[in-house]
Design a binder for this molecule. Sequence first.
Ligand SMILES: [Zn+2]
Length: 317
Amino acid sequence: MPSRRVLIKSAIALLTLLTASPIAVQAANPAPVVATFSILGDMVERIGGEHVAVTTLVGPDGDAHVYQPTTADARAMAEAQVLIENGLEFEGWLDRLVNASNFDGIRVVATNGIKPIPFEESEGHHDDEGHHDDEGHGHNHGTFDPHAWHSLRAAVTYVNNITTSLAQNDPSNASVFYLNREAYVAEIEALDEEIQRMVDTLPSDHRIVITSHDALQYFGQAYGLKFLAPQGLSTESEASAKQVAGLIKQIRKGVIKAVFVENIADSRLIEQIANETGANIGGKLYSDALSGTDGPASTYLKMLRHNSTTIVSALGD
Ligand SMILES: [Zn+2]
């Protein structure tokens, strides 16, 4: 058995070690990071914690499709060490902002490595007028559907890309970022399973819904629901009269079980469709942005949970 004296000595040594530890007294010096919109901002905060100072360009309830950067954004970009964007042509205004701001940090496309849904596969927004040119005349969508955050499985890729970039920028805190990543991914995967179980309770003929703009294809693909929208992939695109008439016809036939408004999109067209058909508005979905802190979708995971319970409860009746 160690003597009492040895025990005291080691206790003192331990105490000295703890109080003298540079880790314990080092002040946090958070890395300035810019995230293009609120969903990415929340993910970066989850992974970076106190080691990042996040500036989110398009805030809660904001519409990144039609965003106009400000001079404050350019200042934040000039100081940023890391820039996180969605990519897939979601932020059409970003290149100009980057060039105007002398940003010289690490630029990360969060969707890098996901399996994107080709634009053509998305349904519910096509007109038949044949202007499917590749020259970009009046077009505001890319080749792929950019709304991949609605798939929790794709979100794991987002989180991995964000973690790698934060670790590359600040290697001294890399282990913290990877630990935070691990906890976050466990929550993402648990919610993914929970949502799948919820959707699985719906009858197979109660699985078609309408939203304002075509933002939820990834959610539909992940869980086996079909989303139609009078507007296309961007809130900028015009709903065609033909498209709206087609949706109204399908509601009247009883094919479509619910219509939803969105936090970032004009709700008037959806309200008009509901009025004309007597369809119930199933609630408000958070499509391209989080809610404010007091709202039901103040974090990415809360947003996915809110959308799922809103959709499933409207379709379950
Ligand atoms: Zn959108």
